[in-house]
Design a protein around this ligand. Structure first.
Ligand code: APR
Length: 234
């Protein structure tokens, strides 16, 4: 990977698995006991706001019990030391990248520690539980919801991400199954613009054959190794 300057890194649930956060598409197809349609859709929120809020409250509370793992730490080191452009795009809604120290980071699927007002569109940092009846600090309407991109909703930061992908020399996908678009299509966009592509994952993802190189194993081992290679070479 000589002449690499601009790097885009996509991360998914597999990156946080070794920190003890459940992935989405594990055995049985249930996410922490729920079908995704029951908790991760605008319809679910309209039908049963108590359930959706309780579900995300539990996930937000869980953040206090987990810590960044070696993969988050290695990516934060790469972010701090890489002299070229670098963007970490995460599908994860946990805060482990930032707790490890990453700065050049975008959450494309939202954040557990943020509340979004469905009335005014404002978002606010949120640490505690988020009851459905609580008022928006900005407009006063009781319309706060978890700031999570549900199925059928538009992911955040797409313009910035598309621009970074078109400028990338290297695209790296870590710990994601490649089952959810638009993130699953980033490898094709990056390739189209001439980037080299690398996958680091426990199992081959849905789009594994699209990557120039695929390394299989746990992120906690593969990511620090890859980061050390990049920084030695740079
Ligand atoms: N190291 C590396 N990869 C791992 C590890 C690990 N320790 N453990 C699991 N994996 C891999 C799995 O093999 C799988 O390919 O991580 C991937 C996790 O896939 P998903 O559970 O589908 O998670 P993700 O790809 O992030 O899901 C994408 O779907 O519903 C949503 O919005 C949600 O952001 C999420 C999106």
């Amino acid at each position: 990977m000589s002449h690499t300057r601009n790097i885009v890194i996509l991360t998914g649930a597999g990156l946080s698995a070794e920190s003890g956060i459940a992935t989405f598409r594990g055995p049985g197809g249930l996410w922490e006991g729920h079908r995704v349609e029951d908790v991760c859709t605008p319809e679910a929120l309209a039908r049963d706001p108590e359930l959706v809020h309780r579900f995300y409250d539990a996930r937000r509370a869980r953040l206090a019990e987990v810590a960044p793992n070696a993969a988050h730490v290695a990516l934060a080191r790469l972010d701090a030391e890489w002299p070229g452009q670098l963007l970490i795009v995460t599908q994860n809604v946990d805060d482990l990248h930032e707790r490890a120290g990453a700065n050049r980071l975008l959450h494309m699927h939202g954040e557990l520690k943020s509340a979004l007002c469905a009335a005014c569109g404002d978002s606010a940092e949120w640490e505690d539980s988020l009851p459905p009846e609580i008022e928006c600090p900005n407009c006063g309407t009781p319309a706060l919801r978890p700031d999570i991109v549900f199925f059928g909703e538009m992911p955040y930061h797409m313009e910035v991400i598309e621009t970074a992908l078109s400028d990338a020399d290297l695209f790296v996908s870590i710990g994601t199954s490649g089952a959810v678009y638009p993130a699953a299509g980033f490898v094709q966009t990056a390739r189209h613009h001439g980037a080299q592509t690398l996958e680091l994952n426990l199992d081959p993802s849905a789009g594994s054959s699209l990557f120039g190189e695929s390394r299989l194993g746990p992120a906690g081992t593969l990511v620090p190794e890859w980061v050390a290679e990049m920084l030695d070479r740079g």
